[in-house]
Design a protein around this ligand. Structure first.
Ligand code: EPZ
Length: 411
């Protein structure tokens, strides 16, 4: 492959501003917005609630007017398609004092519980009523009060949701063992521009002083660090010189030093990365919360290790269901042994042959595309809705780099 590929706005940032904007009665204007399946589902959820949405895809802009929200019950069909819709439950509860939520759906990676959300809401003084379809949250006296939440596990959306919920809760909230992702810092900066009082976002302790209301504002979606890392590994695994532009290399945390330890030759600029032909050597990795090696980059890295000289262990510490895609790489000729649901041993290099594959989640899905690029013969991938959830117009962008890829059926 050869040429340049531009990174889009971050899915996992765009999804959260779409939840945070319901905290205010005023308009929110979002630029550099990624139009992918997950963000389109979230826009549908907002419209279902009564938020007026204005979309300008050409200019990657969304404008939302949350002044006319007419209900506090989330649509079951939509929530089932998008697990991260759980995030909007906090802002709705915080602004309106009540929320009805069907059980969330989405990714199959692990059982994806929501216990830390529910425990958090109870600490804010909300009552939970269960029924077979889902649950209803009610704030005592219609208003939440500040909470002290010590997360038993680091949770990205849990941190974001409790931070947003605290913005309108009465008094002080302290979040400990909080996640530190760059998207959390961006969200906190936006909320502070709108009048929220937040300290410590990006560290493991965040303090929020509740306010009565916040204004609307403008939010620029930062480049997607997971798209960036995925395209870097695409360049490396295909032995190509490609330039990844409009990215923020420092948001990759431990990923770049780990790739360099794997023999990767990279030119890293302020807002670009160039991959060069590299002699890849096996290098074990353990996924870790930010700024450690991102779990969302574990699957492309595992593929990379099938092309590296030697034995490597991939230890996926965050999710229990994110290594099962390796059996599909083995059908292509890879030599990956699963030790337990969290660990595989990869022996490389191995030649891969094209196969028919099914994408179990979006990150394994994109990895199958990369595997198809280096395999001999044709690879066909089913269930590409999973890939479209996180990568906009993926086949067009890869064709522009010389990949022989086409979409044979719409969904
Ligand atoms: C976010 O998911 C991202 N999604 C994920 O990206 C990412 O893989 C993950 O963070 C880890 O970085 C969005 O931001 C929309 P967690 P999240 O809560 O917040 C357990 C992608 O590919 N847990 O940090 O849902 C959970 O099961 C997606 O873009 C509980 O036990 O992940 C996991 O083992 C996939 N109880 C661990 O915590 C809870 O209440 C960390 O999950 C919540 C989570």
């Amino acid at each position: 492959m050869k040429g340049e590929i531009e990174v889009n706005g971050a899915k996992n940032s765009a999804l959260k501003i779409l939840s945070a904007l319901v905290l205010s009665k005023e308009k929110c204007r979002i630029t550099n917005f990624p139009f992918i399946e997950d963000t389109r589902r979230m826009l549908e959820i907002l419209e279902d609630l009564g938020v007026r949405i204005f979309i300008d895809e050409k200019n990657k802009t969304v404008e939302a007017d949350p002044s006319s929200i007419s209900k506090t019950e989330l649509n079951e069909t939509l929530v089932k398609k998008l697990r991260s819709s759980m995030v909007i439950s906090g802002p709705i509860l915080s602004r309106f004092g009540k929320l009805r939520m069907p059980y969330p759906g989405g990714c199959v990676i692990g059982k994806r519980p929501i216990d830390m959300f529910l425990d958090g809401y109870q600490k804010f003084g909300a009552e939970i009523a269960w029924d077979e379809q889902g649950f209803t949250l009610t704030a005592k006296e219609g208003k939440l009060t500040g909470a002290h939440i010590f997360f038993p596990k680091v949770t990205v959306t849990g941190t974001e949701t409790m931070m947003m919920t605290a913005v309108l809760a009465e008094g002080k909230t302290v979040l400990e063992n909080a996640a530190m992702e760059p998207e959390i810092v961006e969200l906190a900066n936006y909320l502070m521009r709108c009048g929220a009082k937040i300290k410590g976002a990006g560290t493991s302790t965040i303090e929020i002083e509740g306010v009565d209301e916040i204004s609307g504002g403008e939010f620029y979606v930062i480049p997607d660090r997971i798209e960036t890392g995925t395209f870097v590994m695409m360049g490396l695994v295909t032995g190509s010189e490609i330039k990844i532009t409009n990215c923020i290399p420092k948001h990759l945390g431990a990923v770049l030093p780990i790739l360099e330890k794997s023999g990767a030759k990279l030119e890293v600029g302020e807002d670009y990365i160039i991959t060069k032909e590299s002699k890849l050597v096996a290098n074990s990795v353990t996924t870790h919360e930010y700024p450690g090696f991102a779990t969302d980059l574990q699957s492309p890295y595992t593929l990379l290790m099938t092309q590296a000289e030697g034995l490597s262990i991939i230890h996926e510490t965050i999710f229990e269901g994110r290594l099962f895609f390796t059996d599909q790489l083995n059908t292509m000729g890879a030599n990956i042994i699963m030790c337990d649901p969290h660990r595989v041993v990869v022996s490389g290099p191995t030649k891969l042959y094209g196969k028919r594959l099914t994408s179990p989640d979006l990150r394994a899905g994109i990895t199958m595309i990369l595997a198809g690029m280096i395999a001999e013969g044709k690879t066909v991938i089913d269930n590409i809705y999973q890939i479209d959830r996180g990568y906009e117009h993926i086949e067009k962008r890869l064709q522009a780099l010389g990949a022989d890829i086409k979409r044979v059926k719409e969904k």
